[in-house]
Write a protein of this length. Structure first.
Length: 308
């Protein structure tokens, strides 16, 4: 693994002392080809587009702490809310497969007049990024998969994890008190996604993630969100990874509850991939070390196709 470089080299330039034009500019919407309505945010005036995909039960706001770093480096960041998460409007019986989500993303790029983009995703979003890069390789400049995988091995470790998660999930549903349910939800999120390092480094980003996740757990589309997460656990990209020749960056933490072997295998199967391991990093690397993560990702972008 190459060491992370200093972020300052990516943030230098005359325009960095001014307000970032377009940051947090509000939501836009597309009407997808199947009738769903999908919101997305566009931040920054950069001419190189990054399609940045949130994790399961999260939202487009998962990355608000990272957006300023990425925009100052010259990227225009497009952050969609992935179907069927809470802000999307999904027709009854609509497709929520990864392929359909990838089609939504292409329709967003088409609406923006964008022909090619850097595509990256966290966790569940990393699997969707893989699907997009396969289905629309001509539109994918580079690929980023952060704490994601090409195949979820349902071995003994997963059975133990599934028992913990199922027990925690039942604890969420059982109490009649909304206060107790929310407390249990936060404990589950801290176990799975938001460790102490993330809470200390990015408290506001963790709060936004918790807010979105609780909405997805208990909101009107909670059942659809659970089905979408089940699709991710069945995701298997192994048969077509060898055909994906775009540069790729695979990021994992050595303490992630998703075994590092999954990321190792993904990086090995992709023809042109770099593997970045975060020592003592868990599933929330993007939250626990935002500046280090941004520096590493921006260096990857700079090394493949010029500066963003």
């Amino acid at each position: 693994m190459k060491g992370t470089n200093n972020l300052d080299s990516h943030l230098s330039g005359a325009g960095n002392d001014r307000m970032i034009e377009g940051l947090n500019s509000g939501l836009r919407w597309i009407s997808a080809s199947d009738g769903a309505r999908i919101p997305y945010a566009v931040d920054g005036p950069g001419d190189k587009v990054l399609l940045l995909l949130h994790g399961g039960s999260g939202s487009y706001r998962d990355f608000e702490h990272l957006v300023p770093l990425l925009v100052r480096a010259g990227l225009q960041v497009v952050r969609p809310e992935l179907r069927p998460h809470a802000l999307t409007e999904i027709p009854l019986g609509a497709d929520i497969s990864h392929a359909r989500i990838a089609r939504d993303l292409k329709e967003i790029l088409d609406a923006l007049g964008v022909q090619t983009a850097h595509v990256a995703g966290w966790s569940h979003g990393g699997c969707v990024a893989l699907q997009f890069a396969h289905d629309f390789s001509h539109a994918t400049r580079t690929l980023g998969v952060f704490n994601g995988f090409a195949f979820f091995d349902h071995g003994g470790w997963f059975k133990a994890l599934r028992f913990k998660v199922r027990s925690a999930w039942l604890a969420l549903r059982a109490p009649r008190s909304p206060v107790i349910r929310e407390r249990n939800a936060r404990e589950l999120l801290h176990m799975m996604m938001l460790g102490d390092a993330a809470q200390q480094a990015s408290p506001e980003a963790c709060r936004l993630y918790e807010e979105a996740a609780i909405g997805n757990m208990f909101g009107p589309q909670a059942r659809l969100v659970r089905r979408s997460m089940a699709n991710t656990l069945r995701f298997d990209a192994r048969s077509w990874l060898a055909s994906m020749t775009m540069p790729a960056l695979v990021v994992t933490g050595t303490r992630d509850h998703v075994p590092t072997a999954f990321s190792d295998a993904l990086a090995h199967m992709l023809p042109d991939a770099e593997l970045a391991r975060w020592p003592d990093g868990d599933h929330g690397i993007l939250l626990a070390d935002p500046e280090g993560f941004a520096a590493r990702y921006l260096r990857f972008i700079a090394e493949h196709g010029g500066r963003p």
